[in-house]
Every structure is written in C-alpha cells, then in structure tokens.
Design a protein around this ligand. Structure first.
Ligand SMILES: *Cc1c(COP(=O)(O)O)cnc(C)c1O
Length: 360
C-alpha cells in the first residue's frame, strides 16, 4: 500500500470507539445504562446558561477558561494557578500523559480500569503502559503498584472509585502509597465519580493534593453534573504541571460548556440532590441483585459491576433484547449504570430472568 499511513498503533482505538454505546437512544436500545451518564435532563438554570451562550457561538471561547477556573478555585479554596480545564477529563488525561511521558517512559495504572488509559498511553502517546492487576475484589493493589515503580515511571493513575469495579481507594492506604512513590512521579487520582462516594474512609483527592507536591486530581462535569455531551473536565495539579496543561490548551472547551459548568457549580445543591437519588437507586439495585443471587458487591459510583466472565456477552445480549444497553468488558464482566428508576426496574426484571449457574 502506498500513500500516507497513520501509525499502526492507532488501529487498536477503533475497537474502543466502536464498543461504546452511550449517547442517544437507538431503535433497539431505549434504556442507556452503558456509559455511566446522568439519567436526568439538564437542570433548567444550567440549560438557560448554555442556550444564552449558544447565541454567541460565532466567537471563539475563552481559551483559558478563566471564569470557570476562578469558580473552581473558590469552590476548593486553592489558587487558580493549580487548575487546568479541558474538553472532558479524557482530554485532560491525554494532556497529562503528553506533558509528562515521552516514548519509552512508563505510565502505570491498575487493570481492569478505565479503558482510555491504555489507548492514550500506548496508541496516542507511544509511552509504555504498566498495568497492575486489581485484587480479586476489584480494589487497587497499591503494594504491587509501589513495587512496580522504576526509574522510567512518570505517571501513576489511580481511578477512584475504579471504573468498572466501583471500589474506592482508602484514605490511609493512599497516603501510605504516596509516601512510597518517588517525588518526581506524578500520582493522578481520576475521580470522575467522586460525588457518588458514600464511604467516609475513601480518599478525597482534593484534600490529598494539598499535602503532597506530586499528587494531581482529575474531575469531570460529565457524570454527577450531567454535562457529558458538552465535554468539560479539569485537573487540580501541582503548579508547574497545571501551567504546562494550560499552555497545551487549544480551544477545546466551548463557551457553551464553560457557561454550563459555571451554572452547574452554582447549582451544586440541586446537583447533589440528584446524586442522592442515584445513590439510593444504587443501594436498591445492589440489594435486589444480591437477593437474586448475583455475584455483585457494593459500589461507590453510579454503576455496578457484574464479573460474569465468559457469560458476559450472553447477559448483555439478554439486556439488549429488553432494550437495555450495558457495557461488556471483554470476558471480565458487565458494567451497568444506575439510571432512572424505570430503566433500573427493567434491568432488575431482566436479570431475574437470566439463568445463573451458581447461586439462586
Ligand atoms: C467517564 C469517565 C471519565 C470522564 O470522561 P469525560 O471525558 O470527562 O466525559 C474519566 N475517567 C473515568 C474513569 C470515567 O469513567
């Protein structure tokens, strides 16, 4: 074959993109429990702010996201110089890896975890992934991770709560871990689901990043705040890292997204009322599934993890026939989002009819 050829590593990404089934309902799937989206329609005040901003979309957005960063800085009582925003936290994660890791450098994360880590590390950035297995219960194995640090390690991602297993890193184990990691290695807490955490002993990255000069936090407006379609996430990072991220900014975050995020922060009380409803639904689904005999354990996020192994695809097929989209992750398991009550009820009824070999 002649002509321009993209790097062969990029072939692996198509698989990732095609297996996604969030977004708009289709003729077959009307209950979207595959992408951990917020099931509720936009809050009225947030929608108004976005519509108002849409009237000016002939203009470029504020490349520095200054008003949003000022609002975040006030919210967390940290200087604005510690923040950087991007087009979704996936984009912030990509910028972090590009900023910190050259080809040959190592980027560590647990596995199974967020599927974007290997794609961005290897295919997009050409760095070397170091994937450390989770414990059997789906927790980060922080001892094993600390032991895998080498002179080439530049970044360590800790996804907490972990997507897809729903388990959070504990506060004490995190501080012990950070104390063991060399101070030139950046530990990044990916806290996409932080607002859904109800365990009081779970680590809070926004606290830890004040004490340690090599800890960053990545958060998003996509999940609890319900702005997935507007693409907006941010990092709280050590100042030199945050500054590097800001210099890498394109015009990635639309003004519509920025205004919606600012309005969402102002409406945090209403956002958290909805989060409480999701947490209540999570408990209801966990109780029902345990009662049905499923191998499910408690989650700290807005999704549940069913480690169904080789029966994962079969169960997802049963869900699809009922009009429910869930996420199959290889032959490890199925992740199901805690959605609106009606979708959750249909999911529970579908699960009840699925023949399980063990249990029940
Ligand atoms: C959903 C998710 C994100 C957020 O992605 P956005 O780009 O902000 O929409 C980040 N990390 C994890 C682990 C996620 O599951």
């Amino acid at each position: 074959m002649t002509g321009p050829r993209p790097r062969p590593e990029l072939h692996s990404i198509a698989v990732h993109a095609a297996s996604r089934s969030g977004g708009a309902p289709t003729a077959e799937l009307t209950h979207l429990l595959a992408a951990n989206e917020n099931p509720y329609d936009p809050l009225p005040g947030v929608l108004d702010a976005a519509i108002e901003a849409a009237g000016r979309f002939n203009r470029y957005p504020d490349i520095g996201c200054e008003r949003l960063i000022a609002a975040l800085a006030r919210r967390f009582d940290l200087p604005p110089t510690r923040f950087a925003a991007g087009a979704g936290s996936v984009s912030v994660i990509q910028s972090l890896i590009q900023a910190m890791a050259a080809p040959g450098d190592e980027v560590m994360y647990a596995w199974r975890s967020f599927e974007a880590y290997p794609v961005i590390t290897k295919a997009i950035c050409g760095a070397t992934p170091v994937a450390v297995p989770l414990t059997d219960e789906g927790y980060h194995d922080l001892d094993a991770m600390a032991e895998r640090v080498t002179a080439r390690t530049r970044l360590i991602f800790l996804c907490t709560p972990n997507n897809p297993t729903g388990k959070a890193v504990g506060r004490d184990e995190l501080t012990e871990f950070v104390a063991r990691v060399p101070e030139d290695v950046l530990v990044v807490l990916d806290e996409a689901y932080a607002e859904f955490v109800s365990d009081k002993d779970a680590a809070d990255g926004t606290a830890v990043c004040r004490e340690y000069p090599n800890v960053a936090v990545v958060r998003t407006f996509s999940k609890a705040f319900g702005l997935a379609g507007l693409r907006i996430g941010y990092a709280i990072a050590p100042e030199p890292v945050a500054a590097a991220l800001r210099t890498m900014a394109t015009y990635g975050v639309s003004q519509i997204g920025q205004e919606a995020a600012i309005a969402s922060l102002a409406a945090t009380d209403d956002v958290m009322k909805r989060v409480d409803l999701v947490i209540a639904e999570r408990h209801r689904m966990e109780d029902a599934l345990i009662e049905q005999g499923w191998p499910v354990s408690r989650s700290q996020a807005n999704f549940l993890w069913l480690p169904l192994r080789e029966r994962s695809a079969e169960f997802a097929g049963a869900c699809a026939r009922a009009g429910i989209g869930v996420r199959v992750l290889g032959e490890d398991g199925v992740r199901v989002t805690v959605g609106a009550r009606e979708s959750n009820d249909l999911f529970l009824a579908t699960a009840a009819n699925f023949p399980l070999e063990h249990g029940r």
